[in-house]
Design a protein around this ligand. Sequence first.
Ligand SMILES: C[S@@+](CC[C@H](N)C(=O)[O-])C[C@H]1O[C@@H](n2cnc3c(N)ncnc32)[C@H](O)[C@@H]1O
Length: 200
Amino acid sequence: MKYHHSFPELGIEGRVTAAGIARKLDYINLPEDLTGKTVLDIGAWDGYYSFECEKRGATVTALEKERRTGTLTELKKKFNSKIEILYMDAYDIPTLNRQWDLVLCMGVIYHVEDPFKMINIVHDASKESCIIESALRNVPGEPVMFFYKLDNKDYPISWLPNSSAVIAMMEFTGYDVTHYIDRPEEKTRGVFWGQKSQDQ
Ligand SMILES: C[S@@+](CC[C@H](N)C(=O)[O-])C[C@H]1O[C@@H](n2cnc3c(N)ncnc32)[C@H](O)[C@@H]1O
């Protein structure tokens, strides 16, 4: 399938259904009003959440490692959008020497070789806050992270943390984790909101 996200207003059906996106939008609790805010969307794929932040008033940078079928660029034109697109590896964000008010890192940390390094990069790139969404292992208690070698050429490995591990890593970087939820309908994903304290 060419598209990852669905864009009903353009008649595009992607791998993730419109209903699935609506549920995720609800549980990530994206601020309704992002007027005047800058947002970095790491791992934007074809950009649903980048375009959504722009609709809510933000100046948006969509960062994606893979060009795939060029859907991000194509949809930017279709939406007559002004988002900035950076095709680059998120590990290279520090070379940009930039910060954004809000950093979204959704569906990414479990795909990368070093989730802790990625969370540090998210922290350093954010001026105010972040929303980190991830697949999880639903294991209560101490922070743990499980490593999987997968038979998948796009995603040859996966790290699955439990909620405590995501919180511990975020707190170690310097975020206050203001709240988090495990997805109500299936406890295999979660979303975590990090806030930087004023003196950072
Ligand atoms: C599961 S998708 C999530 C897409 C979207 N953020 C969402 O929540 O629906 C993960 C995306 O992150 C991208 N990605 C993975 N590792 C990355 C990296 N190191 N740098 C930039 N993008 C990365 C993948 O190419 C893919 O588009």
